[in-house]
Every structure is written in C-alpha cells, then in structure tokens.
Design a protein. Structure first.
Length: 224
C-alpha cells in the first residue's frame, strides 16, 4: 500500500519564530540594518504588512525564524516609534506612496481617481492646481467669483448661445476682427467713437436717421 504521509522534521529541529525590539541604524537597498536588543538579527526586510517605511532611529518590531542558516530572513512587521514623529511615508502596492510631514499630505501615484456616487467636495482657503493639460466636462456649471485674474496664450471658444450681463466693460486690444453673418445690433443711450487716423465704412446701403440735429464737420467733405 502506497503511503500518503508528508515527511515532517522532528520536534526541536525547526527554527523557532521570535519577535524582538530593534532600532533601525541604516539601509542598503531593500535591506534595513537593525540593532536588536537580543542580537538575534542585524538586518531585515520590510514586511508587506508594515505600511510605514522604517527610517533611521525608528524603533521596530522584528520577526525572525522559519529557516536556518543563510536562508534565514528577518522582517520588520511594525514600526513602534518614529524618530521623527511629525513625518511618515506609507507604501502601498503598485508603487503608490503617501507622504505625511508636519500636517501636510502628499499622494504619489501614476494615476489618481476620485469616484463618488453623489458628491465630491473640496474646501480650503487656498486651492492650487498645476498641470500640462486639463480637461473639464460638465453638463452644467454654476460659478460665483468675487474677483478673477487670468492670463491666456491662445483662447478658442465655441458656443451655441451666449448671454452676459456686465455692470462695466473695458476692453483693450492691439487688433480686433469680427465676422458676423447676419445681424449686428447695438442699443445704447449714447455712442461715441474716436478714431486717431481714419474711419472707413463700406456698405451696400447706408442710412443715417436723426430726429434732431445732424452735424458733419471736416476740413474737406466729398459727397457723391
């Protein structure tokens, strides 16, 4: 009859698993040099369960055991006390890290997405955004701004209909060109045009209607 037993080492031959307090003294690549109280380990790897990256001077909990000789490995399973209490770096799978220092939080990742079923809210006295390219896509946007200052290199806008109400409008441009296919109508209480050099008006039909006084004054006037 064929035996189905799995060979096991005799009791006392396994290398016992143990935990020890240690202080991180240095680092080389993925290895951390530690000084354990019982001298059970001189270097260790960071365990996946230890999200906080150890730093020099930190007090850590080191687990050692499970193998004998050169294959024996020790792991830092937890950071018990930080040498710099106001900063930390949390490591997540996929090369994602969270940096916390002096009340500031920085997220380091290839791509960040925020998804909410109802509302995403952002509130701060100062909000800064910087990037090479930005995209906004909304069905409706409501904005309320007390004062706005903007600088643009090239602006291209396309709208089906635009309505604006302004208390006072001041525009300054080096050159201005407008193309209107159908009607351009201006309604004003008073219109004043001041041209430094020449005013040229070309039309198929032109009409000037006034209920009161019409004045044409010039050094030379050509009609017809």
């Amino acid at each position: 009859m064929k035996s189905t037993r799995v060979p096991r080492a005799r009791a006392g031959h396994e290398h016992a698993v143990g935990l020890a307090y240690a202080t991180v003294t240095g680092r080389a690549g993925k290895w951390f040099f530690v000084s354990a109280a019982d001298a059970s380990a001189d270097r260790a790897l960071r365990a996946e369960s230890c999200l906080i990256e150890p730093d020099c001077g930190d007090t850590v909990l080191v687990c050692r055991g499970g193998a004998i000789g050169a294959n024996a490995a020790a792991y830092i399973v937890a950071v018990l006390a930080r040498a710099a209490a106001d900063s930390a770096r949390l490591l997540l799978p996929g090369d994602v890290a969270l940096h916390a220092a002096e009340g500031a939080l920085q997220v380091e990742a290839e791509r960040i997405e925020l998804k909410a079923a109802r509302v995403v809210s952002l509130e701060a006295p100062v909000v800064a955004m910087e990037g090479v390219r930005g995209e906004l896509n909304f069905h409706r946007v409501d904005a309320s701004v007390s004062e706005a200052h903007a600088r643009f290199g090239v602006v291209s806008a396309m709208a089906q209909q635009m309505t604006s109400t302004v208390g006072r409008l001041v525009q300054k441009a080096r050159d201005s060109f407008r193309w209107i296919e159908k009607v351009d109508e201006t309604r004003a209480g008073r219109v004043r045009m001041k041209v430094d050099e020449r005013l040229h008006v070309t039309a198929q039909h032109a009409s000037v209607l006034a209920e009161g006084h019409v004045k044409i004054d010039g050094e030379k006037i050509d009609l017809g």
